[in-house]
Design a protein around this ligand. Structure first.
Ligand SMILES: Nc1nc2c(ncn2[C@@H]2O[C@H](COP(=O)(O)OP(=O)(O)OP(=O)(O)O)[C@@H](O)[C@H]2O)c(=O)[nH]1
Length: 316
């Protein structure tokens, strides 16, 4: 029965815009190469985190945002937890992972379906009690004997009090929609932090470096060690009578050895040219702008072991 004077919605009929909104942080964690970046891009619905077959592609905490109905998901991607080597670079990567997991609404713990290695166990040990964790068993398309998954899932249940088990493929849109629905349940009712059309809080300058790094890794294959990096020296928007937006970018690929430099430049400069062209094309699409990209390659031996250099190249 509705009687006058009852407590409830304001009598003016004007609901605050944030009424009914949900919003929260979803961390994506897992050892290198399990598909975290692929998953993040699919969850956000746009490529914002770079991926490659090479482990250790992701080096930064990246926030991706997706707003769907009343719910805003804020995703943080983390570098794969490094257990093998202990360089300054790896210590910095690991610090990012532990920092992210402690303070989120839900964690997606990503593993390859059917597999659990020591490296997975080390990441699992970082999960904090009290923060709900969903087991994302990725690359389900690679599991040919599905019946073997049931005992594996039971085994995973023993390892951690996961709140949900989601065998899926990050490349399957139906699976991603289902995962979003599940995540939504864990996000608190509160006003959104970002506007509806925002995808990431990373700068265009940062995205430029990431895209170049992705092309570098994709086009050099397995020969190039992951210690190579990209530094964006210049990122300038210039007025142009011809284009609605024009951006000039200069970037340096930093490698540890002369032979790595030769590998990147390629015969007659072909390889570097291809890296530049592919990165530029993708950036033009991402920025909706004409992009001029200049690239250099420099040798700085031992940079990944040098704390101050790791910091000067933008790692926390
Ligand atoms: N078959 C299959 N391959 C996948 C799937 N998800 C990701 N991959 C592939 O797995 C590889 C690694 O994916 P990434 O997304 O770069 O992995 P990551 O966990 O972010 O890796 P790091 O950056 O090293 O931490 C890529 O070659 C992806 O295409 C999947 O569902 N099925």
């Amino acid at each position: 029965m509705n009687t006058e004077g009852e407590a409830g919605a304001p009598a003016t009929g004007e609901e605050p815009q944030s009424a009914g909104q949900r919003c929260g942080l979803v961390a994506i964690v897992g050892k290198p190469n399990v598909g975290k970046s692929t998953l993040l891009n699919a969850l956000v619905g746009q490529k914002i985190s770079i991926t490659s077959r090479k482990a250790q592609t992701t080096r930064h905490r990246i926030t991706g945002v997706r707003t769907e109905g009343d719910t805003q998901f804020v995703f943080v991607d983390t570098p794969g937890f490094q257990t093998k080597h202990s360089s300054a670079l790896n210590r910095s990567l690991n610090k990012t992972v532990t920092g992210v997991i402690g303070d989120v609404d839900v964690v997606l713990f990503v593993v390859e379906a059917g597999s659990f290695t020591l490296a997975d166990a080390k990441v699992l040990a970082l999960l904090k009690p009290g923060i709900p964790a969903i087991l994302v068993a990725n690359k389900l398309d690679m599991v040919h004997r599905r019946e073997e998954l049931a005992p594996w899932l039971r085994d995973m249940q023993q390892r951690h009090a996961f709140t949900e088990f989601m065998p899926l493929s990050a490349k399957q849109p139906k699976d991603i929609a289902r995962l979003l629905e599940v995540c939504a349940k864990y996000l608190p009712a509160q006003p959104w932090w970002y506007s509806e059309d925002e995808l990431t809080d990373r700068s265009e300058r940062f995205m430029a470096g990431e895209m170049i790094r992705e092309k570098l890794f994709r086009l050099t294959g397995d020969e190039l060690p992951y210690t190579s990096t990209v530094v964006v020296d210049k990122f300038e928007e210039e007025p142009s009578p011809k284009f609605k937006r024009m951006v000039r970018i200069a970037a340096t690929i930093v490698v540890e050895r002369d032979n790595h430099k030769a590998m990147i430049i390629g015969e007659g400069g072909e390889k570097l040219k291809r890296i530049g062209t592919e990165a530029r094309q993708e950036l033009e699409q991402l920025f909706d702008a004409k992009v001029y990209l200049q690239m250099f390659v420099k040798v700085r031996s031992g940079w990944a072991d040098d704390e101050s250099r790791v910091r000067s190249f933008g790692y926390e």
